[in-house]
Design a protein around this ligand. Structure first.
Ligand code: ADP
Ligand code: ZN
Ligand code: ZN
Length: 748
């Protein structure tokens, strides 16, 4: 009898589907992890084979045959599939969709895997001679005289780059290293100095030069030794060290050690930290094939890196959240940089935490995992406390750098100009006069968060959300940051026709305007989502900052994370009060992390740094703890409070969200869902709500939520496994859009 194919098909259902093999296919050649094209309803979908089974619980003659086998080798290994199925079950997501989300886009759509080779260039023997002639006899009439850097700088640059890679470089990498250089390549090819070649993904750069790192200091050596001692088995480590304490050097040493042991390495980093600078640092130091996986990568390139990693050819995969699912058959080490960062948690669809899955993956695999941060999350600190993670401390900044000084600046009744107090302005002046750089942090883009009519009090409210529309002066738009709704800035008040419309409060655009007026001769770099929309714009600005072209840096979150600004001696945080009085109990933790991160930008080199926090609540205990005793003390106090209140990380949560255009439907659904949970829960799971969401109306829909909480993760999980599949069958479910968020990070 023909075998049954159990296939994960992307569909919003919590099960897999049984099919018969495609006509003419050899069942023996079908392997777990291959893709098949299957009929699904009246459409075709691309699924992944999970199991070749003998039996089915359905009637055999009702089963349809699959249409085609799409792969000759499995795309995902057993381990990869097991991790995905585990994650799908844990986060209550349909398995077929979870697996599809892990595949590169084209493969998800059923297309054939990209070829692992790509076109590139390498030096010919004549080219090698030309480069050597040029460098050995400066000015002499050697064969390479035509590529003399002084006379043909572009040609010389390309030749030198290729000289560092005897096996050749792909067009993409050449482009990245030398900029657009097609005409130069043609000229060099005509001279017979370079020739086209095929580059195998993962092979590239293998013979490139490696730069040695600095000798490690004792704390770094100890950290590296502790992790290396666990190679070949599971161990979870929290690398806790202030910005500049040399965490990245620890990662690099560990990567070298893992590669030397013939292992592959997975490195996860937040979106924002994946700056080209960080990548170059890795490439310089690791030398061999670093397969880069991040959303900024061109689709084909990303797919090639993914495939190369899956065949064990690329040794290191660096990527953001979704890279946690990269197939790595020789995986021996997992690193998570800036582990506290919110971007590791996907906030829609498949709501997984890449940091938490990194731990799960390392445990299942039996290899060490290192979470690094200057501001560890309370979850990770709790895991240290419970003995699950081993803490490695880097107590001091590496080299000679001194830690920055943190001070509160009371701005009650201070005359502010664009949100800047006179004291901050005066200190800025001093630093700028001394030739230093100043960094200002304001977590609000646009010109002003709201516009009001001076006559009647009209406010620029979003018609679709319980929120105000932000004024963007660059585009003269009112723009809702929650739903994306836009309208032109009106010339007069829509209510009373008055002409005196006033922007209230500041965004980065307005701050830039004020600074331009105050410091007319100093170049300013504004870094936010608007100013960096164009591809390459962020890198260009960062380069300008490093070259000292900008003197004042101002920006949002984007500026606060991951970058190194050694010449910044003063950092100002314009408004720390936002985080103090939020409805979300995590807001304070996030704000403390942000303050530390901003501080981490300042005074990295020999120059001492200073951080000023403008506040109207200088006596707030949280701020006092942070300023006087540092993030560690703050975190300990916060943990004590969470324990007292029974909040995460001392309990575990799942949030059921519902939304609908009609105001009653979400609550009706959640009431019914709460009832169902009540009959399943045996007292160990608390059910809170339903309640309206903190922002009740968003994008024209009314939103509500129901919270489940338990001190016992296992009990919560068991309830969810029974509850979630039942939710879709509730009558009231048809009138809402709903989703479950396990271990929610934001209560919005
Ligand atoms: P982090 O990742 O913790 O922010 P980095 O590893 O980037 O720290 O180190 C900060 C700076 O100190 C870098 O310029 C790095 O080259 C330098 N550095 C790190 N470790 C050492 C060391 N042992 N000796 C000298 N310089 C070091
Ligand atoms: Zn008005
Ligand atoms: Zn809106």
């Amino acid at each position: 009898m023909s075998p049954i194919l159990r296939i994960a098909v992307p569909a919003p259902l919590y099960s897999c589907f049984d099919y018969l093999p495609p006509p003419g296919a050899d069942p023996a050649a079908l392997k777990r992890g291959m893709r098949l094209l299957v009929p699904f309803g009246r459409a075709k979908r691309c699924g992944v084979l999970l199991e070749v089974a003998a039996e089915t619980s359905l009637e055999r003659d009702k089963l349809r045959p699959a249409l085609a086998v799409l792969d000759s080798d499995p795309l995902l290994g057993d381990e990869d599939l097991e991790l995905l199925l585990w994650a799908a079950a844990y986060y209550q997501h349909p398995p077929g969709e979870a697996i599809a989300a892990a595949l590169p886009v084209r493969l998800r759509k059923g297309e054939a895997p990209a070829s692992l080779t790509s076109p590139g260039w390498r030096l010919t023997a004549a080219g090698v001679a030309a480069v050597q002639g040029c460098t050995s006899a400066a000015g002499g009439r050697m064969p390479g005289a035509a590529a003399n850097p002084a006379r043909a700088p572009r040609q010389s640059q390309v030749l030198q780059t290729l000289a560092g890679h005897p096996e050749g470089l792909s067009r993409d990498r050449l482009h990245a290293a030398c900029g657009p250089c097609l005409p130069v390549l043609r000229t060099l090819a005509k001279k017979g100095w370079i020739e086209p070649c095929e580059i195998v993904a993962g092979e590239e750069g293998r013979q490139g030069r490696k730069e040695p790192g600095p000798p490690l200091n004792p704390a770094q050596r100890e950290a590296v030794a502790a992790v290396r001692a666990r190679f070949g088995g599971f161990g979870a480590f929290l690398l806790d060290g202030v910005t500049g304490s040399g965490k990245t050097e620890v990662y690099l040493s560990l990567v070298e050690a893992a590669l030397a042991a013939g292992r592959q390495v997975l490195i996860l980093a937040p979106e924002i930290a994946l700056t080209p600078q960080l990548m170059r640092r890795f490439q310089r130091r690791i030398g061999p094939a670093v397969a880069l996986l991040h959303s900024g990568l061109a689709e084909r390139e990303r797919e090639r890196a993914w495939l190369a990693a899956g065949r064990g050819q690329a040794a290191v995969a660096v990527g953001t959240r979704s890279a946690v699912f990269t197939p790595l058959p020789r995986l021996g080490l997992v690193l998570v940089d800036e582990e506290h960062d919110l971007s590791f948690k996907q906030q829609d669809g498949f709501r997984y935490s890449a940091r938490d899955l990194a731990i799960v993956r390392a445990r299942r695999r039996g290899c060490p995992v290192v979470l690094g941060s200057a501001t560890p999350s309370l979850e990770s600190l709790r895991n240290v406390e419970a003995g699950r993670y081993h803490r490695l401390e880097l107590p001091e900044r590496a080299g000679n750098a001194r830690p920055p000084r943190l001070d509160l600046l009371d701005i009650r009744s201070a005359p502010l100009d664009g949100g800047l107090s006179p004291t901050l302005l005066r200190l800025m002046q001093d630093e700028l006069a001394a030739g230093n750089q100043v960094l200002l942090f304001l977590n609000r883009r646009g010109y002003a968060p709201v516009v009001t009519c001076h006559h009647c009090g009209w406010l620029s409210e979003c018609p679709r959300c319980d929120a105000r529309m932000t004024l963007h002066l660059g585009t003269r738009l009112l723009w809702c940051h929650h739903c994306g709704h836009q309208r032109p800035m009106p010339g007069r008040c829509p209510d009373c026709g008055g002409l005196d419309l006033r922007p209230l409060g500041q965004g980065t655009e307005r701050l830039e305007e004020v600074l331009t007026r105050r410091f007319p001769h100093l170049p300013i770099a504004r870094i936010d989502r608007d100013s960096t929309r164009r591809k390459g714009a962020l890198e260009k600005m960062l380069n300008g900052i490093h070259a000292g072209r900008y003197r004042i840096l101002l920006g949002t979150q984007m500026l606060a994370k991951g970058h190194h600004f050694p010449d910044v001696t003063l950092a100002g945080i314009l408004d720390v009060d936002q985080g103090l009085f939020s409805a979300d109990y995590r807001a304070a933790e996030r704000m403390a992390q942000l303050i530390e991160q901003v501080g981490g930008r300042a005074g990295r080199a020999e120059k001492a740094g200073r951080v000023l926090l403008q506040t109207r609540h200088p006596d707030h205990p949280l701020l006092q703890t942070l300023v006087r005793r540092g993030y560690g003390a703050f975190a300990r106090e916060s943990l004590a409070e969470r324990r007292q209140a029974g909040l995460p990380p001392y309990s575990h949560q799942a949030l059921l969200r519902a939304e609908a255009p009609s105001p009653k439907a979400p609550m009706a659904f959640l009431e019914e869902a709460a009832g169902a949970a009540g009959t399943l829960a045996s007292g160990e799971v608390e059910i809170w709500g339903p309640v309206p969401a903190p922002m009740e109306r968003r994008a024209g829909r009314v939103r509500a939520q129901l919270l489940l909480q338990s001190a016992d993760r296992g009990r919560l999980q068991r309830l969810l496994q029974a509850w979630t599949p039942a939710l879709g069958k509730l009558k009231s479910a048809r009138r809402v859009r709903w989703s479950i968020d396990v271990d929610p990070q934001e209560m919005l």
